[in-house]
Ligand binder design. Structure first.
Ligand code: ZN
Length: 123
């Protein structure tokens, strides 16, 4: 059995479950439906591939990558994404249009989450 078959399940027209799995090789994944629906809406609006750099993180992996101890990534409610050929600032603006409010712009990607406490912060 190939590892690539694990979580190889289409959960939305343009996303597979494995794209959201923890990147530590554990294949663990938690995914909030609202996060997925908004990402698909974003993908539909842009008509371009949306690359998930980081979706779900278990506690160990979150700590290893220096994530916040109460990160939305731990609950399947956040994704760090990029769209080839699109600046993080432009991507953040598009994300806002599909309802995201938890937005942090980094130099090469954008963090999106289901929170409402902040938006368009630069890190
Ligand atoms: Zn993030």
């Amino acid at each position: 059995m190939a590892d690539t078959d694990i979580n190889n399940i289409r959960v939305a027209p343009n996303f597979l479950l494995r794209e959201f799995a923890c990147k530590d090789g554990s294949h663990q994944v938690v995914l909030h439906r609202e996060l997925l629906e908004r990402l698909q809406a974003l993908r539909d609006m842009l008509s371009r591939p949306v690359i998930i750099n980081s979706g779900y993180r278990n506690r160990e992996h979150n700590q290893a990558v220096g994530g916040s101890p109460d990160s939305y990534h731990l609950r399947g409610m956040a994704a760090d994404i990029r769209v080839p050929g699109m600046s993080p600032a432009a991507l953040a603006t598009a994300a806002r249009q599909v309802g995201f409010r938890g937005i942090i712009i980094y130099s090469t990607f954008v963090h999106l989450d289901l929170g409402r406490g902040y938006s368009h912060q630069l890190k």
